[in-house]
Ligand binder design. Structure first.
Ligand code: ATP
Ligand code: MG
Length: 729
């Protein structure tokens, strides 16, 4: 139109603008990486607020991570020029689920102060149930069952709904009963797991149609980012809220990219995005094709790679940025992961000092990220960076809050705030050692169950009797007394002080002070850091909720630091420079996907590679090693097939960069051909496995080939878990 466009619209291309301005009715933005989908969503919210279409509290906006939610909130603030007053319903499906549940918990049989269990708690609880059934928990591992339950919950299935085959597959056909017993137990504990944060809202909306109607009215506008990775439960949840009666407008806007669907292994259904216009008839589908993020080399490499997938819609992506200065995607070879980490560290320092090749600019560490396929890969980089004194942060990986001492401390705090939290109680009742043996604890546990009261209460009743031996009774008496004292101080003593007192008076801090192992000092530091991290919260409860929610939390946000994270948690992010280590068969693509045999696992791996490359704005360095040490054993590895799938026109091969190849290559410059790498391989002084020699010889013949995989069995390697360790909520 000829209206003057508001500031926040400036620079949007016509399609983006259309997506922002089409406020009425369902809208789907289906577009490739870096085309501004998230920016469209953010601008759309700004537009809703600025035009007075909605109050902040009338907008339901779903992001994939908490970090993304925070960033979106900040961006909106910038766009509308000033802090946004609340956006109470901007968050992940899980965090919005918590909020709904706190308000309406009674509808699903919980009290509003329910606890959110983490994976560790869940496994312990299931183990108890398996044992209580008289089943062998070695034969029927709790962890496995926890995974099955999670899978069912992601599909929106309650015990009666689970397929017969599934129910029969576990515990001699007791799968369904166990699942039901687990749900019942959660209710008794006044607790829920992550899956429940999705399932319970569905249940309560179904149970209370009037309530649902209220929320239809309240949420005038619904927006969802990363729609391709919604799972069935999230989809059901969203549909309940978004499919309204005829008289209420369906103002729902989802954005996503089928090529970036990478959570299939966790139940995400890319079909959700493909059937959007069936679910929401009359939906306007908008495509964005111009990429604003990356150089043409990065886009070219990513586009060529993802074209190897068959199951895709196929989208065009182009960039106007064609700069002869831009470097190609660079592939590096290293001898092993230690050398890989060392070389990446050197490259980072080089960029930091400002002697990057194409520009003399000094690069901030914040602009660099290392994206790994499996979280075990992180340690090597962490070790190296500690040695170098290079700041780094781990995002979404094994985190601070997951460390043993932090979990213990948190269990104390949980008990003080939520005395019915038996799992927390069991975790710390004899930590530090108080002479409360397994028998006593089991006895306590059983009598609590028999009386249907929390264990702490059972304990406080028990110490009045002579059911226990004097020593155990005294120990238990002290525990009960302590908790009474701490609970009494909850409202009077500032929570950080109280936290410190709890750790002191319980003997927990002393336990580590007296511990002579090498880890003890670090653990004590972590405990201090824990107390520090509580300062920014108003209460211990607020802090506990934060910890249970924020699985993608990061410490020292303000430090200039390299980010280390899994490819899975890098979704939606962007960095000037991206390092992608570990491109080897069996690691990436991951062995599990290869074992599946089918196309879908491999294609999901390839999408993950696409996500990885497209995080880079200017520089993308890919690494593979020839040897990897897994569980203490050296394995020779083969370069990832994805390397073969990169187009030579956008890719350079770096010469080997360190002396571990036996003195060949030396500190080779960049921009050398794949030849040089081949020389480095051929000349290395280590015993060279046959395939590598073959590969070396081949490389000079076919520039676009890192060696044939035929005839070389890939050793089966038991890589650890992949993807983010915790759950994103
Ligand atoms: P992904 O699929 O990776 O989540 P996306 O489609 O959500 O990507 P954004 O993150 O929204 O893309 O945008 C990518 C980059 O391009 C951001 O830095 C964004 O600010 C920038 N950008 C988007 N649109 C424009 C525009 N019209 N003009 C200038 N820059 C833009
Ligand atoms: Mg995005």
């Amino acid at each position: 139109g000829n209206r003057p466009s508001p500031d926040y619209m400036t620079g949007l291309n016509p399609e983006q603008r259309e997506a922002v301005e089409t406020l009425d009715g369902p809208v789907l933005v289906l577009a490739g990486a870096g085309t501004g989908k998230t920016r469209v969503l953010t601008t759309r919210i700004a537009h809703l607020l600025e035009t007075g279409r909605a109050y902040p509290s009338q907008i339901l906006a779903v992001t994939f991570t908490n970090k993304a939610a925070r960033e979106m909130k900040e961006r909106i603030g910038v766009l509308v020029g000033g802090a946004v007053e609340g956006m109470p319903w901007l968050g992940t499906f899980h965090s919005i689920g918590v909020k709904l549940l706190r308000r309406h918990s009674e509808l699903v049989g919980l009290r509003s102060d329910f606890t959110i269990l983490d994976t560790d708690d869940v496994v312990r609880l299931i183990k108890q149930l398996i044992q209580a059934e008289g089943l062998d928990d070695k034969r029927w591992p709790a962890k496995q069952f926890a995974g099955m339950i999670d899978g069912w919950k992601n599909k929106g299935l309650l015990p009666p709904d689970i397929p017969e085959g599934d129910a029969r597959a576990f515990a001699n056909g007791k799968g369904r009963e166990l699942y039901a017993a687990y749900q019942a137990r959660l209710r008794t504990l006044n607790a829920c797991d992550f899956g429940d944060l999705l399932l319970h809202p569905i249940a309560l909306f179904r149970k209370a149609p009037d309530l649902l109607k209220e929320y239809h009215q309240r949420f005038r506008y619904i927006l969802v980012d990363e729609y391709q990775d919604t799972n069935t439960a999230q989809y059901m949840w969203l549909r309940l809220l978004a499919q309204r009666p005829k008289d209420v407008p369906q103002n729902v806007c989802c954005v996503g990219d089928d090529d970036q669907s990478i959570y299939g292994w966790r139940g995400a259904e890319v079909e959700n995005i493909l059937r959007f216009d069936k679910d929401f008839p009359g939906a306007k589908v908008i495509k964005l094709e111009r990429n604003y993020r990356s150089t043409e080399h990065i886009l070219g490499a990513a586009g060529h790679l993802i074209a190897h997938n068959e199951g895709r819609l196929g989208k065009t992506l182009f960039t106007d940025r064609v700069d002869p200065e831009d470097e190609k995607v660079i592939v590096h070879a290293a001898w092993d992961s230690e050398e890989e980490a060392r070389a990446v560290g050197e490259e980072i320092e080089r960029l930091q000092r400002g002697d990057g090749r194409s520009d003399a600019k000094k690069h901030a560490l914040n602009d660099m990220a290392i994206l790994v396929r499996a979280s075990f890969q992180m340690r090597e980089f962490e070790d190296r960076f500690v040695t170098l004194g290079l700041n780094y942060r781990v995002i979404g990986g094994p985190r601070f809050y997951e460390r043993l001492e932090i979990r213990d401390a948190m269990a104390y705090f949980r008990m003080v705030c939520q005395p019915a939290d038996d799992l927390a109680f069991e975790r710390i009742v004899n930590t530090p050692k108080r002479g409360l043996g397994d028998t006593t604890i089991r006895y306590l546990h059983d009598s609590a169950r028999a009386r249907d009261v929390p264990m702490l209460q059972a304990a406080s009743e028990m110490i009045e009797t002579d059911e226990l031996k004097p020593k155990a009774r005294k120990a238990l008496f002290d525990v009960v007394q302590n908790f009474r004292n701490w609970q009494a101080r909850l409202e009077t003593v500032p929570h950080t002080e109280l936290a410190e007192q709890i750790l002191e008076e319980s003997g927990y801090t002393d336990m580590w002070k007296n511990d002579k192992t090498a880890e003890a000092p670090g653990r004590l530091e972590n405990l201090k850091e824990l107390i520090r991290s509580m300062e920014q919260f108003e209460s211990m409860r607020g802090f506990l909720e934060h910890v249970s929610l924020v699985m993608d939390a990061e410490t020292n946000e303000n430090l200039d630091a390299v980010s280390i994270m899994t490819l899975h948690s890098a979704k939606g992010l962007e960095f000037e420079t991206v390092f992608l280590p570990g491109w080897e068969e069996g690691l990436f693509p991951h062995q599990r996907a290869l074992d599946e045999g089918g196309r879908s696992g491999l294609e999901e791996e390839r999408r993950l590679a696409y996500v990885g490359i497209t995080r880079a704005k200017r520089r993308c360095h890919i690494w593979f090693v020839s040897n990897r040490r897994i569980h203490g054993l050296w394995q020779s590895t083969m370069p990832s097939r994805f390397l073969d799938e990169l187009p030579p026109s956008h890719v350079d091969v770096a010469a080997s960069e360190s002396s571990s190849f036996g003195g060949y290559g030396g500190r080779g410059g960049y921009g050398q051909s794949r030849f040089d790498k081949a020389d480095a391989f051929a000349g290395n002084s280590y015993s060279t496995p046959g395939w590598k020699r073959a590969q070396a010889n081949k490389t000079d013949a076919t520039r676009d080939n890192w060696g044939s995989r035929s005839g070389h069995a890939v050793e089966r390697i038991g890589y650890g878990e992949s993807g983010p360790r915790g759950r994103t909520i």
